[in-house]
Design a protein around this ligand. Structure first.
Ligand SMILES: [Zn+2]
Length: 421
């Protein structure tokens, strides 16, 4: 059959406009803060089954994730946190495509800061609600694409998979679980809120803890003690110097426009318990960023060496070396090439529907794309209609037009990538 025109694809999306917006309102209305995703995943599985897809739903266990726990984080619970994979089987002979998204959201921090209902509300051309942009709109887009293909009477050669996952905000449990359950595709598009730009690189991060030891004394005899705070100062200044040095010397075409490519941020300091006592201990916790091309292990070694070099300059620290530890979820940095076939196909699909080019970009934050690239050796990128800067904000909203448009683009992408049978 001849491929549908971009207008026909957009028309098929518009014909289901009310139903799609209602689906988004429904899913936003189901609370799914990270760790409590059971209800929303049952809703997703039921809807996808109703669309005629083969639906699989599975949970993970502590044992299964054990080898990957540094990458996806320790989970308080694995119970009732299913991942869902739905398959629209192709006729054969084409590439497979997976459309993927996370159903979990961060909690509502302060309800009084919300003008609109976090449970979902349409106002004008926007849909407000917790998770509306990050990223329940992307989940609905992924779910609806097979339906639009059905409306257009299209059979694809390659399989089209829809994957909805849990635990993304916390490190990526659901995506790791999907990989470990053997699911894969020749290309993965994660429908995160990129506002219809193509995200091809995810930054890495290490969460660290530095413990500095001092010697307690009465503040009135402070020369008898050693302040752990004073001993931390040169370490802290060196972290900032290292950040600046990296910014100057390490280049990457997708990151060079960032004012800070490698944010090193100390987010928590704890020291002392009495105003007139010299503190004998300081604990600093923070986050160290890095970019694709840099390995996680290499960054850990560099950080160790850097702190050891500072300690070497100081008699006390030489004898009482600061302790550096890494804890919580650690994110590897991964990317696919700007001219990777998946990138090119995504750019082309966007242009076919919109008549103009979009841009590629990189993130300093980590995304689930890194897990597909790193652990499954599969190309993954981000493309969605949500508003990027509204993620994790009060009055989080989605603009309905770009959202509907993203569904048309993703349908075009499925047609181009999997090919019409
Ligand atoms: Zn997200």
């Amino acid at each position: 059959m001849t491929p549908p025109t971009p207008d026909a694809i957009r028309g098929a999306v518009d014909a289901r406009r009310d139903e799609i917006v209602q689906m988004l309102l429904d899913i936003v209305g189901i609370s799914s803060v990270t760790g409590n995703e059971g209800d929303v995943q049952r809703w997703v599985a039921t809807a996808l089954t109703g669309f005629g897809l083969d639906v699989d739903s599975f949970t993970s266990s502590r044992e299964e994730i054990a080898d990957y726990v540094t990458h996806v984080g320790e989970q308080p619970s694995y119970d009732d946190r299913p991942s869902v994979v739905a398959t629209r089987t192709g006729a054969g002979g084409g590439q497979s495509l997976m459309l993927a998204g996370h159903v979990d959201t961060v909690p509502v921090e302060d309800r009084s800061k919300w003008t609109f209902a976090p449970e979902g509300e349409v106002a004008g051309d926007r849909l407000y609600g917790l998770g509306s942009t990050d990223m329940k709109n992307g989940v609905i887009a992924a779910m609806v694409v097979p339906r639009i293909l059905e409306d257009l009477g299209i059979t694809l050669k390659g399989d089209l998979l829809v994957n909805t996952v849990v635990g993304e905000e916390d490190g990526g449990l659901g995506t790791m679980s999907t990989i470990l359950h053997g699911y894969k595709a020749d290309g993965i598009v994660i429908t995160e809120p990129t506002y219809q730009r193509v995200g091809i690189a995810s930054g890495g991060s290490l969460v660290f803890r530095i413990t500095v030891t001092g010697k307690a004394a009465h503040g009135a005899n402070r020369n008898d003690g050693v302040s752990a705070i004073e001993k931390f100062v040169p370490i802290f200044l060196d972290l900032l110097a290292w950040e600046a040095e990296r910014q100057r010397t390490i280049m990457h075409p997708l990151y060079d426009s960032f004012a800070n490519k490698f944010p090193i941020s100390v987010g928590k300091l704890r020291s002392g318990d009495w105003a007139s006592t010299v503190p004998d201990k300081l604990v600093a916790e923070g986050r160290l960023g890095f970019i694709p091309g840099e390995s996680m292990e290499g960054m850990m070694e560099q950080a160790q060496a850097r702190i050891a070099a500072v300690a070497e300059q100081d008699e006390w620290l030489r004898e009482h070396p600061p302790l550096l530890e890494f804890f919580s979820g650690q994110f590897v940095a991964e990317e696919i090439a700007p001219d990777h076939p998946l990138t090119l196909a995504m750019l082309k699909a966007h242009k076919e529907i919109n008549g103009e080019d979009t841009e590629i970009f990189a993130l300093t934050a980590g995304t689930d794309a890194r897990l597909w690239i790193h652990f499954a050796d599969r190309p993954a990128l981000l493309y969605g209609g949500g508003v990027f800067h509204m993620a994790h904000q009060s009055d989080e909203y989605l603009e309905i037009e770009p959202f509907l448009n993203s569904i048309a683009v993703l349908t075009q992408m499925a047609i181009d990538w999997c090919e019409i049978a």
